[in-house]
Design a binder for this molecule. Structure first.
Ligand SMILES: NC(=O)c1ccc[n+]([C@@H]2O[C@H](COP(=O)([O-])OP(=O)(O)OC[C@H]3O[C@@H](n4cnc5c(N)ncnc54)[C@H](OP(=O)(O)O)[C@@H]3O)[C@@H](O)[C@H]2O)c1
Length: 307
């Protein structure tokens, strides 16, 4: 048996593993009465997670850059859904989305912070900040700031990070280069945005400790989705080669976020990083409490500029 076959067949302590799908990790669950928010339901993993969680009976609130985009996707999964516009790189749109979601009056049992962009080949900025950091991290940070009071007592916040967080600059976050202007490399910038997702979950978990609420982060696997849309041909080739060796399909790719959001096996687990539906070790500085706290403070300052 090849090494890949062994890896793909392996299951961890959760009972799930590399090959588990979102349907597998939710099998037998009746999510009727649960409300789950997912960002980025128009494509890829968010779309699959929405499909499966609606199928299991949950009310899914799904965001897209436009309400029409989110609605078009969610409509195909049934009527137990709410579409919300949330352009993560526009703080005003994010704040409006948070207000709209809170006004629904449905306590959120889980929030899956899933939307993201990857490896922009050249530096792009919004309001002076590098765009991946601003979209993937700051957008979600502002969203969560507006949703704290809307969380159910045992709400699970699930931040979709990536193993690409390992490519973040030394120390994790270059606090003196959040504009990207001092230096910019596509994968390092993506890695920084993804380690920011991880550190955000870590600090949120610290703040949640003892409340019944939890926050965790995850790597979903390597899956061919629209995420690769910004890659140049050379990068696409590299990503393609990696994914031939280690590629999940979208059903498997959505498994870990669904596991963390609703599976009873993840209840009460707080502040961990998951891979293949099991606890895994992130890069060492991805667990640094001081960096996580500093990132939170800096994110608050950035968010306040757009209040
Ligand atoms: N696929 C992988 O191999 C992989 C590996 C590790 C981690 N991840 C992470 O998994 C998550 C989902 O990725 P995916 O593979 O499903 O990618 P995808 O197919 O490109 O889906 C990304 C989703 O995010 C939305 N989005 C992007 N920019 C946005 C913005 N500015 N405002 C609001 N929504 C925005 C997209 O909306 P539009 O459709 O309008 O663009 C889409 O709904 C991401 O956080 C990614 O970093 C993926």
């Amino acid at each position: 048996m090849s090494l890949m076959a062994v890896i793909k067949g392996r299951r961890g302590p959760s009972g799930f593993g590399y090959a588990s799908t979102a349907e597998d990790v939710t099998a037998g669950l009746d999510l009727t009465g649960k409300t789950i928010l997912i960002t980025g339901v128009t494509s890829g993993l968010g779309k699959e997670a929405a499909r499966v969680l609606v199928m299991r009976g949950a009310h899914v609130i799904g965001t897209g850059r436009s309400v029409e985009g989110a609605r078009q996707t969610l409509m195909s999964f049934g009527t137990n859904t709410t579409a919300i516009a949330c352009e993560l790189s526009e703080p005003a749109s994010v704040r409006a989305a948070a207000s709209e979601i809170a006004a629904l009056g449905r306590p959120l049992d889980a929030v899956i912070l899933n939307a993201g962009i990857m490896a922009l080949p050249t530096l792009q900025q919004k309001y002076g900040y590098e765009l991946q950091f601003f979209t993937n991290h700051i957008g979600h940070f502002i969203l969560m700031q507006g949703l704290m009071d809307a969380l159910a007592p045992t709400a699970r916040v699930v931040a979709v990070s990536s193993t690409a967080h390992r490519g973040a600059p030394k120390g994790g976050i270059q606090f003196d280069n959040l504009s990207g202007e001092r230096s910019y490399r596509a994968w390092a910038a993506y890695g920084q945005a993804k380690i920011a997702n991880l550190l955000f979950a870590k600090e949120l978990a610290r703040r949640f400790a003892g409340t019944g609420r939890t926050a965790n982060s995850l790597h979903p696997g390597v899956i061919i989705t629209n995420l690769g849309r910004h890659l140049n041909p050379v990068m696409k080739f590299g990503f393609g080669v990696a994914s031939v060796v280690m590629c999940k399909d979208v059903h498997q790719g959505a498994a870990t976020e669904c596991y963390l959001a609703v599976n009873p096996g993840a209840a009460g687990i707080n502040g961990q990083y998951f891979d293949d539906c099991n606890i895994a070790a992130p890069r060492a500085d991805g667990t640094d409490a001081e960096t996580a706290r500093r990132l939170w403070d800096v994110s608050e300052e950035i968010g306040a500029k757009f209040a």
